[in-house]
Design a protein around this ligand. Structure first.
Ligand SMILES: [Zn+2]
Length: 169
C-alpha cells in the first residue's frame, strides 16, 4: 500500500467533478486500499478520490469508532435524504486543515453505489456517517463544505485559510 498526497484547498482538482467508474480491475482495488491507508494516516473519517488528485467517483469512510463495521468504500455513490430532519454540527476536511465550522446536513440518508467488484451496495445512515456520505459525495461533484456554510461562517473560514501556513506556502 502507498500513502497518497492529500491535495489542499486551492488545487483545481478539488473543484472538478469526478467521472463515474466503469472498470473494476486490480488498479481500482489498489486505489481503495491506498485511500483507506491515506485517510487513516491523516486521521480522517472520509476521503474522496479528488482529494488525492484523481477525478474518479469513489470515496472511503471510517466511522467504526461510532458503530462496528462502519468502514469501507463506495463507488459511484448516489444518495437521497430519508425524512426531513436536518443536523447542524462541526465539519472539517482533510483538504482544508485547521478549519472547522457548523455545517447543515440531512440527518439520515440512503446511499447506493457499487463496491470494487462492481456489486451493488446500499446503506441507510444517520448522524456522522450520513454527514460523511454527503460531504464525500460533494467532493466528487467538485464541491467543498465551505459552500454549505452560512455566508458569515464562510467568511470566517476563508479568513482562517488565508492566514494559514499551509495556504501561504
Ligand atoms: Zn473533505
Amino acid at each position: 500500500m502507498t500513502l497518497r498526497e492529500i491535495r489542499l484547498f486551492g488545487d483545481p482538482v478539488l473543484t472538478t467533478r469526478s467521472d463515474e467508474i466503469t472498470e473494476f480491475d486490480d488498479s481500482l482495488r489498489v486505489l481503495v486500499e491506498d485511500m483507506l491507508e491515506t485517510m487513516d494516516e491523516a486521521g480522517g473519517v472520509g476521503l474522496a478520490a479528488n482529494q488525492i488528485g484523481l477525478t474518479r467517483r469513489v470515496f472511503v469512510y471510517d466511522c467504526s469508532h461510532i458503530e462496528d463495521g462502519l468502514r469501507g468504500h463506495i463507488i459511484n455513490p448516489v444518495w437521497e435524504p430519508v425524512g426531513e430532519e436536518m443536523q447542524l454540527g462541526p465539519e472539517g476536511c482533510l483538504s482544508i486543515p485547521d478549519v472547522s465550522a457548523d455545517t447543515q446536513r440531512h440527518e439520515t440518508v440512503r446511499v447506493t453505489g457499487v463496491d470494487v467488484d462492481g456489486n451493488p451496495l446500499a446503506m441507510v445512515a444517520s448522524g456522522l456517517m450520513a454527514r460523511c456520505i454527503q460531504h464525500e459525495t460533494d467532493h466528487l461533484d467538485g464541491v467543498l463544505f465551505l459552500r454549505r456554510l452560512t455566508p458569515e461562517l464562510r467568511k470566517e473560514a476563508m479568513a482562517t485559510i488565508r492566514t494559514s501556513e499551509w495556504f501561504n506556502k
